[in-house]
Design a protein around this ligand. Structure first.
Ligand code: FMN
Length: 329
């Protein structure tokens, strides 16, 4: 996830139990683009011991082919193409989710990339631009090319991050595609993971915001699959997680305001469901100094109590996290 799941965040997750595989933030690809150095570091210095897939976003075929070939010189498990980003600036250039309006162009891009990439090539998509009815035609295009996996975020581009996830369309992809399909969208807990896997038949799950909110989610899923009682974090575990992020997000020479603003990107997700009517989140969003920030964290997190396994429904569709995501990805 843009500006979130960088090398530093991967380290924070790694200490709590890795996913089976990571995806990078996307590399922006256009005629003059060079591979972004900080994102490359998350590949070259990947501290997790798990495979990492390099994601690209773009529309210009020669540039995508050039970048894919450059990426293949690094230790990646696959090259992935983003066909889901709903940010207006991306869609207006017909990249990311914007490409879903043009299946013929996707067809050309997939053909060129499949021919160019020697290793694995995967695609991440939404289920349409305006309407889920577009998905059937898109799946025909995807199925025409021997891609190695398809990740489906079960929403249209128009639906951003807000709507229910369309699980039947993910199942439709599982049935139509010859390759493994990975289901994505609102997997925030082991319960929702079971529901998503059960209703879609997907070969795997991609977890985004749920891993920011609850970085133990991969460990919990593994423990549950092994028949063990999953680890249940307490509010004090969340405080320790916030403290670790705070250290990790400190930039030498940066300002107090900037540091706190960076923390709020994470707290918008972590804070969901803590306190009555998200009292912690409401309060911490107003903090502008270190003393105010830590006083609020201590008041809400340095107390006995469990971290709620899932936020309330209302918090899931939080406007602020949607704006953040639309701007970033
Ligand atoms: C802040 C933010 C940044 C994101 N950046 C990316 C990205 O770079 N590439 C991508 O494929 N998806 C990106 N996404 C979308 C997520 O990967 C995911 O598809 C979406 O949030 C739904 O899944 P979730 O409910 O598990 O988060 C981003 C989402 C958020 C909230």
């Amino acid at each position: 996830m843009q500006d979130v799941t960088d090398l530093t965040f991967m380290q924070v997750i790694h200490r709590r139990g890795d996913p089976d595989l990571y995806f990078t933030e996307y590399f922006r690809v256009h005629r003059d683009s060079k591979l972004d150095k900080p994102i490359l570091r998350s590949i070259d210095e990947n501290p997790t011991g798990r495979p990492i897939i390099a994601q690209m976003i773009g529309v210009d075929i020669p540039s995508l082919v050039r970048s894919a070939k450059e990426l293949e010189k690094h230790p990646i498990a696959a090259v992935d193409l983003n066909l889901g980003c709903p940010a207006p600036i991306v869609c207006s250039k017909n990249a990311g989710g914007g490409l879903l309006r043009n299946p013929a162009q996707i067809d050309e891009i997939l053909k060129a990339l499949r021919d160019a990439i020697a290793g694995r090539f995967t695609v991440k998509t939404r289920i349409g631009f305006d309407h889920p009815g577009e998905f059937e035609r898109l799946l025909e295009v995807f199925a025409r090319h021997p891609i190695d996996a398809l990740t489906v975020h079960g929403r249209t581009v128009r639906e951003l991050y807000r709507s229910e996830v369309h699980l039947p369309e993910i199942r439709q992809a599982v049935e139509a595609m010859p390759c493994p399909v990975i289901a994505n969208g609102n997997v925030l807990s082991t319960r929702l993971a079971r529901e998503t896997a059960g209703q879609t038949g997907a070969a795997g799950l991609m977890i985004g915001r749920g891993a920011i909110r609850n970085p133990w989610i991969f460990r919990q899923l593994r423990e549950e699959a092994a028949g063990q009682t999953p680890f249940a974090p307490t509010l004090r575990d969340i405080l320790a997680y916030v403290e670790e992020l705070f250290e990790a997000m400190h930039q030498p020479g940066g300002t107090e305001r900037g540091h706190i603003a960076r923390m709020k990107k994470f707290l918008n997700f972590i804070g969901q469901g803590i306190g009555e009517n998200d009292a912690f989140l409401q309060a911490v969003r107003r903090a502008e100094t270190y003393p105010a920030f830590w006083a609020i964290c201590r008041e809400h997190l340095d107390v006995p109590g469990d971290f709620p396994p899932e936020p309330a429904r209302r918090a899931l569709i939080d406007d602020r996290s949607e704006r953040l995501a639309a701007a970033g990805s």
